[in-house]
Write a protein that binds this ligand. Structure first.
Ligand SMILES: Nc1ncnc2c1ncn2[C@@H]1O[C@H](COP(=O)(O)OP(=O)(O)OP(=O)(O)O)[C@@H](O)[C@H]1O
Ligand SMILES: [Mg+2]
Length: 275
C-alpha cells in the first residue's frame, strides 16, 4: 500500500479520442488510500472511458497514470488486476447458466492434477473459495453451486463485485452498480460499498443517483465533456452544487477551475472549497 501522501492511483493529463469524439481531454484525478470517490457527470461525459483507461481496455492518447507513485502502462485488464485494480463493468457480464463459483473464477479456473498427472478443474477449491470470499469480504451468504440466473439483483451485483475481489485488489472500480436494481437490491450494494471501505479497499464509483453518491462517498469528482470540473469533499457541497457543476461545467466553489490547470487531489479540493 501507499504512504500517506502518495495517491494510490493518479491520472495526469489523460486524453482519449475516438475518431472525431474527444472522450477525455486532459483528465487529472487522484485516488487516496481507503477512499470512496464518486465519479459523476452527464451521459457521454467520459466516465466509463476513464474507468476503461484505468483497466487497460483503452490506451490513453496522452497523459500519465501513476500507481503508488510509479508511472505505469496498463496494457490490458490482466495487467490492471496484477497491479491491484479490480473492476465491475457497467453491464455485469455474468454468465447466467453458470454457478456462482464458476462466475467468480471465469477465465482463471483453478486446476488440480489427478494422480499428479491429469489436469482437472478443482471444483471443491472453487466452491470453498467462492463461499469464503462472499461471506468474509462481502457478508453475502449464497450457495456457490447455484446458477446465477436464480439470484436476486443485489446478489448478482455482489457476485460481480466478488469476481473483482478474487485477485485481492487495492482498488475496486464500480460503473453504475445500481442502475438496474430494485430498492432492496440497492441497499445490498450499499452494504457492499461500506464493506469494501471497511476492509481497506479504495473505490471509484460511477452513479447517476446523487442520493447514493452523497451517502456513500468521501469525495466527488465532476466530469464534464471529458474534463474534471472539480473534485470536492462530499461533506462540503450540496446536491444543487453538484447538479450545477454537471450541467454548466463550471466549479461553483469560488475557484475558476480549469481542468487543464487543476490538480485534482484532496489538497486542491480543500483549497478550492475554502478559496
Ligand atoms: N469505443 C468507443 N468508440 C467510439 N466512441 C466512444 C467509445 N466509447 C465511448 N465513446 C464516446 O465517448 C464519449 C464518452 O463516453 P462514455 O461512455 O465514457 O460516457 P459516460 O460518461 O460513461 O456516459 P453514461 O453516463 O451514458 O454511461 C461519448 O461521446 C461516447 O459516444
Ligand atoms: Mg458510462
Amino acid at each position: 500500500m501507499t504512504n500517506d501522501d502518495t495517491p494510490l492511483i493518479a491520472v495526469d493529463g489523460i486524453e482519449k479520442r475516438f475518431g472525431t469524439v474527444e472522450a477525455l481531454s486532459g483528465v487529472n484525478l487522484e485516488l487516496g488510500d481507503n477512499e470512496v470517490l464518486g465519479l459523476v457527470g452527464d451521459n457521454g461525459a467520459g466516465k466509463s472511458t476513464l474507468i476503461k483507461t484505468l483497466v487497460g481496455i483503452h490506451q490513453p492518447d496522452a497523459g500519465e497514470i501513476r500507481y503508488d507513485g510509479d508511472p505505469v502502462t496498463i496494457e490490458n485488464p490482466k495487467a490492471a488486476r496484477e497491479l491491484g485494480i479490480g473492476t465491475v463493468y457497467q453491464d455485469l457480464a455474468l454468465v447466467d447458466e453458470l454457478s456462482v463459483a464458476s462466475n467468480l473464477f471465469l477465465g482463471r479456473n483453478p486446476i488440480k492434477k489427478i494422480g499428479g498427472l491429469i489436469p482437472v478443474l478443482d471444483e471443491e477449491y472453487m466452491n470453498e473459495e467462492a463461499e469464503r470470499i462472499l461471506r468474509e469480504r462481502l457478508n453475502i451468504h449464497v450457495d456457490p453451486e447455484t446458477p446465477v440466473e436464480y439470484l436476486s439483483g443485489g446478489e448478482r451485483q455482489a457476485i460481480a463485485i466478488a469476481r473483482a475481489l478474487v485477485t485481492d485488489p487495492d482498488i475496486v472500480l464500480l460503473d453504475e452498480p445500481t442502475s438496474a436494481l430494485s430498492k432492496a437490491a440497492v441497499n445490498e450494494v450499499e452494504e457492499l460499498v461500506f464493506t469494501l471501505k471497511e476492509n481497506g479497499h479504495s473505490v471509484i464509483i460511477i452513479d447517476h443517483n446523487l442520493e447514493e453518491i452523497f451517502s456513500w462517498t468521501d469525495r466527488i469528482a465532476i466530469l464534464f465533456n471529458g474534463r474534471v470540473v472539480d473534485v470536492v469533499d462530499t461533506e462540503e457541497v450540496t446536491r444543487d452544487d453538484i447538479v450545477s457543476m454537471m450541467i454548466s461545467g463550471q466549479s461553483v466553489l469560488g475557484d475558476d477551475t480549469d481542468a487543464d490547470e487543476q490538480t485534482a487531489g484532496s489538497e486542491s479540493a480543500t483549497s478550492s472549497s475554502t478559496a
